[in-house]
Design a protein around this ligand. Structure first.
Ligand code: HEM
Length: 400
């Protein structure tokens, strides 16, 4: 059975809602869809099917380099074989291990005090600004940049210039030429930085990676550049928007916010539930996988070798079969299974512990320092950015 592909995405996402139509789609199992760019792909919306797709013996990424990758936009210019995103084990494992060590839960935990120092400094500035301060401008846009720049070893005075190029290269409104130019500048900047660390190593991740490249012969120069780029690219915009949507969600769920303030012992469960519930990437944004062999999904549909699948993981996270009443934000789920906010399998987010640390310290500090926190404008007036690849809030004035 080959289905006529359904035009996809079905609609633009509205704020943090997940389209109720997905419930019907999920019941059908995998369905064939056509995104604005690339070839048709199979859409995955349930946990049972996601588990099949995240099995790297059956699905991979390198095959995608030979295809028109399904997406909202043409991504031909980032078809770079040395990019982590496009690799398969064992090459992928070799490169990823270098970063995974630096981002392990233990190593990240050791950064806690340093990150808390930046968090406090930024909240001092918000306090000084007074009610009406914009959380996005004064906090979300700053914390992940300072943290990631510090970890990687990007000089503080250059970090925000470097951030601007990423802003430009990931803005849907910019032309391919403008995006490519920003990307080239970012790459040149990284190459310069690598040369400096080669000359004079510092106590940062970039120096560790340069050492591994030069002394241990672990990877090629272009792989080193791509890895540094992937960490910087993957690390700050995602955290930026997730910080904002987390605060927005807490402020628009006052009972949850109150309970979290009263019972700090539920913090772990609450954060996990927030990560499950808050949709991060917009529909059609996640990168697909290609079948390495014919694979049968739960509805009996066979995905043929070299056909793509797209795991819409924000929708998977709302699978009622796994999280009863999944659209409800519920801090009291009993032994909930692992969510897919950072996906699963070989390409799951390598920087997730750094992101989680920043979000945790932010929520804990807000509770401690701003227990009367509220939005300074009505929730329905909070504007989301139509040009971003994530659910992102443009401005979030707060008061306390
Ligand atoms: C809340 C913040 C974050 C979210 C929601 C997020 C989400 C994700 C997701 C969904 C993926 C899987 C993409 C795929 O299927 O290829 C991913 C991969 C990745 N993330 Fe994150 N991420 C966050 C923070 C970070 C941070 C802080 C870093 C770096 C320090 C980072 C670096 C990466 C890298 C390098 C990959 C590619 C991994 C691979 O292909 O093996 N991310 N992230």
């Amino acid at each position: 059975m080959t289905q006529e592909p359904l035009p996809y995405p079905f609609a633009e996402p509205t704020r943090l809602d997940v389209d109720p139509r997905y419930e019907e789609i999920r019941k059908q199992g995998i369905v064939r869809v056509q995104l604005p760019y690339g070839e048709p792909t199979w859409l995955i919306t349930s946990v049972a099917d996601a588990r099949i797709a995240y099995d790297f013996r059956k699905f991979g990424r390198t095959e995608g380099l030979k295809h028109a990758i399904p997406g909202l936009h043409n991504t031909e210019q980032i078809k770079i074989p040395s990019l982590l995103l496009h690799m398969d084990p064992p090459e992928h494992t070799r490169i990823r291990q270098l970063a995974a060590g630096a981002f392990s839960p233990d190593r990240i935990q050791k950064l806690s005090e340093w990150v808390q120092g930046i968090v406090d400094e930024l909240f001092d500035a918000i306090e000084a600004e007074g009610p009406g301060a914009d959380f996005i401008k004064m906090y979300s846009h700053v914390l992940p940049v300072r943290v990631l720049a510090g970890v990687l070893g990007i000089p503080k005075d250059k970090a925000f210039e470097f951030k601007q190029w990423i802003d430009i290269s990931s803005d849907f409104n910019n032309s391919p030429e403008v995006k490519l130019d920003a990307r080239t500048r970012t790459l040149d900047f990284i190459r310069d930085l690598i040369a400096q660390r080669r000359e004079k190593p510092e106590d940062d991740l970039l120096s560790v990676l340069v050492h591994a490249r030069d002394n241990e012969d672990k990877f090629e120069e272009d792989e080193l550049v791509s890895l540094a780029m992937a960490l910087w690219h993957g690390g700050f915009k995602t955290t930026l928007w997730q910080l904002s949507t987390t605060v927005f969600t807490l402020m628009t769920h006052p009972d949850h916010w109150r309970e979290l303030k009263d019972k700090p012992e539920i913090m772990n469960a609450a954060l996990n539930e927030l990560w499950r519930w808050i949709p991060s990437f917009k529909y059609g944004v996640p990168f697909g996988f290609w079948a390495k062999e014919d694979v049968t999904f739960t509805n009996g549909q066979v995905v043929k070798k070299n056909e793509p699948v797209l795991v819409e993981f924000a929708v998977v996270n709302r699978d009622n079969a796994v999280w009863p009443d999944a659209d409800k934000l519920d801090f009291h789920r009993v032994k909930p299974p692992q969510h897919y906010a950072f996906t699963a399998g070989a390409h799951s987010c390598v920087g997730q512990h750094l992101a989680k640390l920043q979000i945790r310290l932010t929520v804990e500090t807000l509770i401690r320092r701003f227990p009367t926190l509220e939005l300074a404008i009505p929730a329905e007036d909070v504007a989301f950015d139509p040009a971003s690849f994530m659910r992102s809030i443009l401005s979030l004035p707060i008061k306390w």
